[in-house]
Design a protein around this ligand. Structure first.
Ligand code: NAD
Length: 692
């Protein structure tokens, strides 16, 4: 966040330095030397709100470094001129689709620039506010010191794109901090927030923005000159020590990211074991391995997922005009929706006849803020914006009312009728229903054109997707406003139509039901789950059903069965029995699994069974195909994005329809046809496979 002090500071730097005869500004960087002989190099990427490290940024940095080598300042300070943070990482658009030779050439050139920065004879200091990620962090690592402005975070998330750091990060981070901690950061892609960054030794100092200049002075006056590098790495100077540690890392990685799906972590570990005591060799290995990884299907598909995320983020193209949201119902969903929206800076009032639910919401808010690394001030501000409102006073002021009451048509109809009397003109009413059709409420709502669905997923703070549901009468304006609202609250919207299960539940349910039917046939639930995990799903379907809640699964399945024209699997009796017995899954401590300690306890060990994989997954693919063909969702890309960001569908496969394309539509059609003959019409291949 731009703090007023930072804005002042940057303005002052620009005004004072910009007018100096030695001031240089070209494109992405500004350089000037102050009266204390300190050189200030400010990264402020042209025509962008966020800094990214592109070839052009590095080439311009190189020319500035050339000047610095002759100007000989007392020290060089590098910082960002962007309010949002230091730098977000490499310019992915520039990297995607590059041939290996071109990648190697670009990285070698980039390494040369950062080596030049590291080799300057004066001390170098990176001032980091906000996030320094990927190549941005690698730039900061090439400096001798890092001063973190409170709230800063550092991370190398390249594994999420099927890569590892490529600008010297695999060399410099293990040289700076405990190499096992460095490897852990790179293998998981996790960020170190201010306190942790200080503890690990990434940040030398942590200060408030107003103390940055004093902190630089104190670093320099404390006699801190050039930093000697590699001290930490010496602890693992022996190949045998690295091999031993690497074995542990490989085992841990295998559990989360199997090598056959995610090669990058293993390449990183192998490079470290082989070259961890030889900086030059490690840099070469890093470049070669990065260029190779960029060509893998895993990386191409993860980069595709990255682009899909960006597309959804920008989908509305409009300005958000919602300032005050009123949420009806503070149950599992309403509470988290309200907390999330308040955290994103909007005023939220929340009504629920059950006052205990409102109290629980406030307690939950503190916990969610903590998990999101909000400091005390930000948490207080969130709580100030989140207002329990038992009498529904906020309805008259709200620009948007989100209904998250019980999933019962008569309850919702009553709530809508009551809201209709009090909502202000022009405001939007959105329901979070997951299984009811919006069309059935058109006579109950105050304004049909401003009635829509906002289908958030559970848990709201972890699942970024929101389905923005339009029925026949929802106006384009309402839809656009809701899309813009979702983007403003940092969620990913996808527009869908008012059809049974919308897109995500429509596609997910055949997969979940098929898992239960397999159980009915005597296949162990552990084997079913293991098969889905092996395919790359984040959790098995039986565990997922327990997690979602078996009552909710049954509701959605019943509703799909009733309303879809396409054949749906028979709902297994065991699902009804569980619901009738009150074993609803995780929330009651027992479903198909025992969840008494909060995690599912398998009853047996089971290996995956590749023969089951198609039977589980193809019903989901077939449903996605139908949704695209019938216009429930705008395109195959949007369907893929929705399934990745709502269900975690194996992202390294690029989404269900991308995966189908890669296998070939003919093959998918043929497999479905075979299943249809063997198991019934629920597998009937959609015409999409033949026409698309
Ligand atoms: P819930 O039972 O946990 O919460 C419903 C809340 O509504 C309760 O706190 C109840 O006291 C309150 N309520 C009842 N009558 C009310 C009234 N007249 N005015 C205001 N509040 C009232 O249910 P939930 O799981 O949070 O589901 C809410 C909605 O979200 C449902 O439509 C559901 O289909 C949908 N949904 C649920 C999930 C999920 O995983 N739970 C996911 C997506 C969507």
């Amino acid at each position: 966040m731009m703090d007023g002090k930072l804005a002042d500071y940057l303005k002052r730097t620009e005004l004072e330095l910009g007018g100096r005869p030695d001031a240089l500004g070209d494109g992405h960087w500004r350089y000037a030397q102050d009266d204390d002989g300190i050189g200030w190099l400010v990264l402020d990427c042209e025509n962008a709100s966020v800094n990214t490290i592109s070839g052009a940024v590095l080439r311009q940095l190189d020319s500035h470094l050339q000047q610095v080598e002759t100007a000989l300042p007392r020290a060089l300070v590098i910082r960002s001129g962007k309010a949002v943070g230091f730098a977000a990482g490499a310019d992915i658009d520039g990297l995607a689709g590059m041939e290996p030779e071109a990648t190697e050439a670009l990285l070698s050139e980039a390494h040369g620039v950062l080596d030049r920065l590291q080799g300057l004879s004066c001390p170098t200091i990176a001032i980091v506010h906000g996030a320094a990620l990927g190549a941005g962090f690698e730039l900061a690592l090439a400096c001798d010191y890092r001063i973190a402005v409170n709230g800063a975070s550092f991370g190398l998330p390249e594994v999420r794109l099927g890569l590892h750091p490529g600008l010297g990060g695999t060399v410099r981070l293990p040289e700076l901090i405990d190499p096992t901690a460095a490897m852990e950061m790179m293998l998981t892609g996790s960020s170190a927030h201010t306190k942790k960054a200080k503890k690990l030794g990434i940040a030398d100092l942590v200060v408030e923005e107003r103390h940055v200049v004093a902190a630089i002075a104190s670093l320099l006056e404390g006699g801190n000159g050039k930093r000697s590098r590699g001290l930490m790495a010496r602890a693992f100077g022996l190949a045998s020590a690295r091999s031993l540690a690497a074995e542990r890392m490989r085992r841990k990685a295998q559990g989360k990211a199997p090598k056959e799906h995610y090669p990058a972590p293993y390449a990183l570990i192998d490079n470290w074991v082989e070259h961890g005591n030889d900086t030059a060799a490690m840099k070469q290995a890093e470049i070669a391995s990065f260029a190779h990884l960029l060509q893998t299907d895993t990386s191409k598909n993860l980069i595709r997922a990255f682009f899909l995320r960006r597309t959804l983020k920008n989908v509305s193209g409009d300005v958000d005009d919602i300032a005050h949201v009123h949420v009806v119902g503070a149950g599992i969903m309403g509470a988290e929706i309200a907390i999330w929206i308040a955290m994103q800076g909007k005023r939220v009032t929340v009504a629920d006849p059950d006052e205990a639910a409102l109290g629980a919401m406030i307690r939950q808010a503190t916990k969610i803020c903590e998990d999101a690394h909000k400091d005390a001030l930000e948490t207080r501000d969130t709580l100030d914006r989140l207002m329990p409102d038992p009498t529904g006073y906020g309805v008259q002021r709200a620009d948007l009312v989100i209904e998250a009451g019980p999933e019962k048509p008569e309850a919702k109809a009553g709530i809508f009728a009551d809201l209709g009397k009090r909502m202000k003109t022009g405001s939007i009413l959105a329901t979070n229903t997951s299984s009811l059709r919006l069309a059935q409420f058109l006579d109950d709502v105050p304004a049909k054109t401003r009635f829509a669905g906002l289908h958030f997923f559970n848990p709201v703070s972890k699942v970024p997707l929101v389905e923005v549901v339009s029925h026949d009468k929802t106006s384009k304006d309402t839809r656009t406003r809701l899309l813009a609202f979702c983007t403003a609250i940092d969620r990913l919207p996808v527009a869908v139509s008012d059809t049974p299960g919308f897109l995500v539940n429509r596609a997910l349910m055949p997969y979940l039901l098929e898992a239960l039917l397999l159980m009915d046939e005597g296949v162990a639930k552990e084997q079913i789950d293991q098969t889905a995990l092996q395919f790359g799903m984040p959790m098995g379907p039986v565990t997922l059903a327990d997690q979602v809640g078996l009552d909710i699964c049954l509701d959605v399945a019943d509703s799909l069965k009733k309303s879809l024209r396409t054949p749906v699997a028979n709902i297994p009796e065991m699902l009804r029995e569980k619901v009738e017995a009150g074993d609803l899954g995780r929330k009651t401590g027992r479903g198909f699994y025992d969840w008494s300690d909060g995690t599912p306890k398998p009853e047996s060990r089971a290996d995956s069974n590749p023969d089951l994989s198609d039977r589980l997954l193809l019903p989901m693919l077939n449903a996605c195909a139908e949704c695209v063909r019938t216009g429930v969702v705008g395109s195959a890309d949007e369907a893929d994005a929705a399934m990745i960001f709502a269900t975690g569908f194996a992202p390294f496969r690029g989404g269900p329809l991308h995966y189908a394309r890669a296998r070939g539509h003919d093959e998918i059609h043929q497999r479905l046809q075979q299943f249809s003959e063997a198991h019934g019409p629920r597998f009937k291949p959609d015409t999409y496979w033949r026409n698309d």
